[in-house]
Design a binder for this molecule. Structure first.
Ligand SMILES: Cc1cc2nc3c(=O)[nH]c(=O)nc-3n(C[C@H](O)[C@H](O)[C@H](O)COP(=O)(O)O)c2cc1C
Length: 224
């Protein structure tokens, strides 16, 4: 009995050093998932803006989705989405009703960055338009169980000039398109979006001007 308790305590300490209790260890991405062929996916890809708010994604689906977006697909650590000079500067944040997490591709974990439901920040409207009114908002995103946010990290890119902004935007587009195609092939619904509350996101996640929230993809199931 004493031995079992000691063993369990040792295991607990070992786990605690590897993963914070609030973080989520994802199941391995399913490489044998029965998805549509690339040609069929391209034939069918389209944006969806009406989500079934009664349906959620499983951790397996979130794992597959994050891996498709910007997971590691080679032994040298390169990614499913290409980045200029392999700078890997696109950070992926997962907004759910429970919290905001950053995808750690190497560990296959979701690292908690904020507690609670902050999907409202994906609707937009936080930044004042030039006429002083609240800017454009899209509340349909609140019905999607998950929103994936792409943030360009210019510190990771190593430069913050016009070319870096161009490359960051292209690289974020690559991640977003991976999400678009994966969703279509796996029976999930999504739309690539540039609308969100940039300053609200920076404040929540402790980001600076060297981190640019640039695109997001709400993901869920289409309401039929
Ligand atoms: C860079 C970019 C930004 C976009 N931003 C938004 C957005 O903020 N809100 C939205 O509803 N759709 C947004 N879209 C989706 C487009 O409106 C959509 O892709 C387009 O109408 C074509 O429709 P399809 O995706 O079904 O082919 C965006 C698409 C791209 C590529």
């Amino acid at each position: 009995m004493k031995q079992t308790i000691l063993l369990l305590s040792a295991l607990f300490i070992q786990c605690a050093t590897v993963i914070n209790a609030k973080d989520i260890r994802l199941p391995a991405p399913d490489m044998k998932e029965n998805t549509l062929s690339l040609t069929r996916t391209l034939q069918q890809r389209h944006s969806v803006r009406n989500f079934d708010k009664t349906k959620t994604l499983s951790l397996q689906q979130i794992s597959n989705l994050c891996w498709a977006a910007t997971g590691i697909n080679r032994a040298d650590g390169r990614l499913t989405s290409p980045t200029a000079m392999n700078r890997q500067e696109i950070r992926l944040f997962v907004f759910t009703k429970d919290g905001v997490y950053e995808y750690n591709a190497k560990e296959n974990t979701l690292v908690e960055k904020a507690k609670g439901d902050n999907r409202e920040l994906m609707a937009g409207g936080g930044n004042k338009a030039p006429n002083g009114k609240k800017s454009f908002r899209q509340t349909f995103v609140l019905d999607a169980p998950v929103s994936l946010l792409m943030v360009i990290d210019f510190e990771k890119f190593g430069r913050y000039d016009e070319k870096a902004v161009q490359m960051g935007c292209v690289d974020a587009g690559n991640v977003s398109e991976n999400i678009n195609l994966y969703c279509q092939s796996a029976g999930l619904a999504t739309v690539p979006r540039a609308t969100h509350d940039t300053e609200g996101i920076r404040t929540l996640l402790g980001l600076t001007e060297k981190h640019l929230p640039i695109m997001n993809n709400p993901v869920g199931f289409e309401k039929k």
